[in-house]
Write a protein that binds this ligand. Structure first.
Ligand code: MOS
Length: 713
């Protein structure tokens, strides 16, 4: 909708209109600098040396020979590094990851643990010296095996329960009881972590690639016992984050070295180092039990998830939380547990919990559809709850049924023959599958500064992060509408902690949280200008803070939803699975910029395809490290794997958000792997309950009775 207002001759309607990325030209011409390439005078380069053992103690670090190597300036390790203040809980409610708070003791809790930083004049010198650094260890036996025999009945950190599960399972006409597993997965964003630290006029100045400059500033200030005002963190352009770009070893090591050397020091992670330093998604083992009546309505639902964590850091992949939003049942039990192992710390990775959780639950729903003979879309519609299954709270909006109806129509679902293994095209067996998606729609407190400049332009300052998502552009559209001016008159500056506290680019909450603050400041500024105030040379600045507005929000179930559809072809001779097309229809709030929002959703779905078929970090349990920790060994979907992915949405403005936003960062991956796996079953007649669906798994599984029968005939 476009409204032209009178008086200020402004055009509204930037929100909802496609807009290319404001910094797009800078990015494709190379003018945009990423944190590892911002120039500094006197820059020194640090290279992390990582442990080669999975558990034990550092016995010695042979610094002398390395210090004699060309260009080497310093070697930092547990014996000489400054002590950090690590006993705190940060902005996101977690203590710092010990893998990030480097060189505090001689213990080695996992392979690839940072044991030293070698600093030299050039990156090549630092690398050569770090690789030559001799570190000896007192090695201890390690355990890196997440035992896959299913979650036990033991203590889960996080359990929700209602009703009598055993009784309702016994009452059920149909029961599904299966175990699903997902492997260790890595963020693998294009731009590795990189930070440069330096002291500038008594302030610590860090140029970094992260998901929240205020977040990282707070962590660094606490670790180094500095006042927050004495720390500035900037992050202008970011080549992906996906949950991995918070406080990490590179920033902490760079600050230590810059402090010691009185020079700017840059530390960049290599792709291989990221496999132990950057966090990852834990492997999961999930048991799902569903019991339904003859009408397909769920009487019993149990979803238990087991993941791994590090010995010194608790992080639980909350897969079963997905079930608390999706489906109700008289008896409903969900539990998330993790076991500590001698492995690096897992962390948030795009749709943490929901991505692997939806694979298990939405696969199980498909198995229930198969066993009850009810169409998978119809089964989900019959089990679409009125209120939060566990909370009992109303949904702010749900619209999952609208997603399924629109998706089914566009995908051609009505023509689907439900029988598995009956569509053959040459050597390919064909199948289609569907799955539901949801992801939380939250907002975090933020402040924004909006300035009316004397020349008629407007400057917005907010400590937001654009991970490559188009957040900067989305915020420009929001600001333009709020100020009732064309986008050309608005300049949005982000990625600087000096702009004040703001939420992170995480939890799919970034754009929504920042837009809320910008909207509030812009509205107030517009009121002031409406009084006919003359703008002085320094401009007029209004600051907003959304803390109170967010605290006043009514308690509701707030989520985005979606319906995923996939068509696959399976070659049963080679085991190859090709995804032919995917369609996702989402209810994800008001869409600010259709161009970049579609890109987010398609990106998430592509990752779901990749999760279904390719991604798997394989740990060598003998050494405790990985086989092939790089992008040759860790497969991600590439262009040739991704033929036709389409994303669209239904109208779903959030009723409680000033702009109607929910967030599109993570929902795209949710359910996508299940849709592919369900399509593989429909093609072959055999369930694939373990990701990724590798050729060897397809070959080992063979084909179901229907296909074998057809072949025999
Ligand atoms: Mo996302 S895993 O909240 O960066």
């Amino acid at each position: 909708m476009t409204t032209t207002t009178t008086g200020r001759s402004a055009v509204r309607g930037a929100v909802g209109t496609p807009h290319t990325r404001i910094e797009g030209r800078d990015k494709v011409t190379g003018a945009a600098r990423y944190s590892g390439e911002v120039p500094f005078a006197e820059l020194a380069h640090g290279w992390l040396a990582l442990s080669t053992v999975a558990r034990g103690r550092v016995r010695s670090v042979a610094t002398e020979p390395v210090l004699a190597m060309p260009g080497v300036l310093a070697v930092l390790h547990h014996g000489n590094a400054p002590r950090l203040h690590t006993d705190y809980v940060g902005m996101l409610g977690t203590p710092p990851d010990p893998t990030a708070t480097v060189f505090q003791h001689d213990r080695v809790p996992h392979a690839g643990w940072p044991v030293a930083l070698v600093v030299a004049e050039t990156p090549e010198q630092a690398r050569e010296a770090a690789e030559a650094l001799e570190v000896t260890y007192d090695e201890e036996p390690h355990d890196t095996v997440l035992r896959a025999d299913g979650p036990g009945e033991g203590d889960a950190a996080d359990t929700e329960e209602k009703g009598d599960l055993a009784a309702r399972l016994a009452d059920s006409a149909t029961v599904v009881d299966e175990v699903y597993t997902t492997p260790e997965e890595h963020h693998s964003m294009m731009e590795p972590h990189a930070a440069t630290a330096r002291w500038d006029g008594g302030r610590l100045d860090v140029t970094d690639s992260n998901q929240g400059v205020g977040w990282v500033r707070g962590e660094l200030a606490t670790l180094f016992s500095l006042d927050e005002s004495a720390v500035r963190v900037r992050s202008e352009h970011i080549g992906g984050g996906f949950g991995s770009k918070g406080l990490r070893a590179h920033q902490v090591a760079a600050v230590m070295a810059a402090t010691q050397l009185h020079r700017p020091v840059r530390v960049v992670m290599t792709r291989r180092q990221m496999f132990s330093l950057a966090g990852y998604r834990s492997p999961t083992t999930q048991r799902v039990r569903l019991g339904a009546g003859v009408d397909g309505r769920l009487l019993a639902l149990e979803h238990r998830s087991l993941s791994q964590t590090a010995t010194g850091y608790e992080f639980t992949e909350a897969c079963a939380a997905f079930a608390r939003v999706m489906y109700d049942a008289d008896a409903h039990r969900t539990a998330n547990a993790s076991v500590p192992l001698d492995v690096p710390s897992p962390t948030w990775m795009r749709a943490p919990g929901e991505a692997p959780g939806s694979f298990a639950l939405e696969s199980a729903l498909d198995e229930l559809a198969e066993r009850t003979g009810i169409d998978p879309v119809e089964l989900r519609l019959r089990n679409d709850p009125e209120t939060g299954p566990v909370s009992g709270l109303p949904f702010s909006s749900r619209n999952l049924a609208a997603c399924f109806r629109e998706g089914a129509r566009r995908f051609g679902w009505a023509d689907r023959d439900p029988r598995p293994g009956v569509r053959r095209e040459g050597r390919w067996l064909l199948g289609t599958g569907t799955a539901a998606a949801s992801y939380g729609a939250g907002a975090g407190p933020s402040t924004a500064l909006v300035t009316a400049e004397a020349d008629g332009a407007f400057t917005v300052r907010i400590a937001a992060a654009d991970l490559g998502t188009g957040a900067r552009t989305a915020l420009t559209l929001v600001a333009a509408d709020a100020l009732e001016v064309p986008t050309e008159r608005v300049r949005v500056r982000i990625g600087d902690s000096d702009f004040g506290p703001a939420w992170i680019a995480g939890g799919s909450m970034g754009t929504r949280s920042w837009a809320w603050a910008i909207n509030a400041a812009a509205a107030e500024l517009r009121e002031r200008l409406a009084l006919g105030t003359t703008v002085p040379p320094e401009g007029i600045t209004v600051r907003s803070d959304t803390t109170e507005a967010l605290a006043a929000l009514a308690k509701k179930e707030r989520h985005a939803f979606g319906a995923q559809f996939a068509e696959v072809a399976v070659d049963t001779a080679t085991g190859e699975v090709r995804v032919r097309r995917m369609l996702g229809i989402f209810a994800a709030g008001r869409i600010v910029n259709p161009l970049t929002a579609r890109n987010q959703l398609v990106g998430g779905m592509t990752w779901g395809l990749s999760m279904a078929l390719h991604e798997e970090a394989v740990r060598d349990h003998a050494s405790g490290g990985h086989y092939g920790p790089d992008l040759a060994g860790y497969h991600v979907a590439t262009h040739a794997d991704v033929p036709d992915v389409e994303a669209d949405w239904v109208a779903d403005p959030d009723p409680d958000d000033p702009v109607g936003i929910k967030g599109v960062g993570e929902i795209g991956i949710v359910g996508a792997a299940a849709a592919v796996a369900n399509a593989v079953w429909h093609a072959t007649g055999v369930r694939q309950r373990h990701l990724p669906i590798r050729p060897d798994r397809v070959l080992t599984a063979g084909t179901g009775p229907a296909v074998r029968g057809a072949a025999d005939a």
